[in-house]
Write a protein that binds this ligand. Structure first.
Ligand SMILES: [Zn+2]
Ligand SMILES: [Zn+2]
Ligand SMILES: [Zn+2]
Ligand SMILES: [Zn+2]
Length: 391
């Protein structure tokens, strides 16, 4: 498809014009707009914003950068004055209403931030289907291209939605199992992070703080001292937002402070590994910025341990809280999760639900996978030796 037809398809899709083929077989084709002014799409980028940034707004429900624009009503687009296209017009109207409704939903964010402060800020933020993302951070170099703050925020919003979609498909979960949108706040200034982590997560911390369970939130200072580049920051958000999703999915409960650290950290590592084959984030109460285990290449490290029969025992791993896991146990926890998802992602989802309902790991494992811990460990070891790389 040429870029033009792609744009047209997107515009039609937005207007709800691409009905399933089966339903339309006997009907005459819809007339499409013939208009050189708008390249046949029936709408134009709003002149108040950089032209190439308007398409970002199609991906979100709300964006503070364009929200107050009287010309486009927070949609990034305006009706083409040269042609008639009722469906695109109707879609634009729906988007304006959507943006206005979302503005009310996210107003609490600025209220929480500004409460009792002299300076009233409007935080840069977007709302998507499953996230609210605050981006008080400079733009980043993404795929060798320096992006504006605005574009970077939209890129991260899309990445969060991708993680959410991968979560649902990995575990056969449903979006309705998440009653609240996860809130992610990314700050440039350490002082803002200190203030925000206290205001949004009830706990001031210079680096990153999560609120887990019924109210999923993560606030992080993402300056160069903490993250050297876009990939490091992205990986950290994947790791931490996976914690939010695991704890918030019904029944909501953070399991990392009980003896389920293996699952709590294992799942977060699993998503790091999914995208990068590398795990570099560890959750400790004490901020420890330079933790590393074998360069984050957990598969190689785990295979080596198993080959020498030097892996931490399953009894130990199943008894740790998130904070108590040693580095080798982090790697093994990842690998347990990896094996269980390999066996059946839907069963893994059922297992996590049982852990969140406080069932003992060994009982839940028996019930869902029909394995006792020793059987599980034996099968897992064989699978690791068979499938993990040696280097
Ligand atoms: Zn037109
Ligand atoms: Zn925007
Ligand atoms: Zn505008
Ligand atoms: Zn973690």
């Amino acid at each position: 498809m040429s870029p033009k037809t792609l744009l047209l398809a997107i515009a039609l899709l937005a207007a709800g014009a691409l009905a399933p083929a089966a339903a339309r077989q006997d009907e005459p084709p819809e007339p499409t707009v013939r208009c050189t002014k708008c390249k046949h799409v029936g709408r134009l980028p709003c002149g108040e914003h950089p032209e190439d940034e308007c398409a970002f707004e199609d991906e979100v429900l709300f964006c503070s950068v364009v929200a107050d624009c009287a010309t486009c009503g927070g949609t990034g687009w305006v009706d083409c004055p040269k042609c008639e296209n009722p469906e695109v017009e109707a879609a634009l109207k729906r988007r304006r209403e959507q943006s206005a409704a979302a503005a009310k939903r996210v107003a609490w964010v600025d209220e929480t931030w500004n409460d009792g402060r002299e300076r009233k800020d409007v935080l840069r933020k977007v709302e998507t289907e499953h996230f609210v993302l605050v981006w008080e951070m400079e733009g980043l170099k993404i795929d060798k291209r320096r992006c504006s703050e605005h574009e970077t925020m939209h890129v991260y919003a899309a990445r969060l939605e991708r993680l959410f979609a991968d979560w649902l498909s990995t575990f056969g979960a449903r979006a309705a199992e998440f009653s609240k949108k996860s809130v992610v706040l990314v700050w440039q200034l350490p002082n803002d992070q200190m203030e925000a982590s206290l205001r949004f997560c009830n706990n001031a911390s210079p680096r990153g703080v999560k609120l887990l369970g019924s109210m999923p939130r993560f606030s992080v200072c993402a300056n160069k001292q903490n993250f050297s580049d876009d990939e490091e920051l992205h990986r950290s958000l994947v790791h931490n937002v996976a914690h939010l999703l695991l704890s918030h999915q019904r029944p909501s409960m953070w399991i990392g402070d009980k003896k389920y650290g293996w699952a709590d950290e294992g799942v977060s590592h699993w998503f790091e590994d999914l995208y990068w084959q590398k795990c570099t984030n560890y959750c400790y109460q004490e901020a420890n910025t330079n933790v590393d285990f074998k360069g984050g290449r957990f598969r190689v490290a785990v295979r080596k341990m198993v080959a020498m029969d030097k892996q931490p025992s399953i009894g130990e791993v199943f008894s740790r809280t998130t904070n108590d896991l040693t580095l080798p146990e982090h790697a093994v926890a990842f690998s347990y999760v990896d094996y269980l998802i390999h066996l059946d992602g839907k069963k893994f989802d059922a297992l996590m639900k049982r852990l969140r309902a406080k069932e003992e790991t060994r009982d839940a494992l028996q019930r869902v996978y029909e394995l006792n811990p020793l059987q599980f460990e034996e099968q897992w070891k064989a699978w690791v030796l068979e499938t993990y790389p040696t280097r």
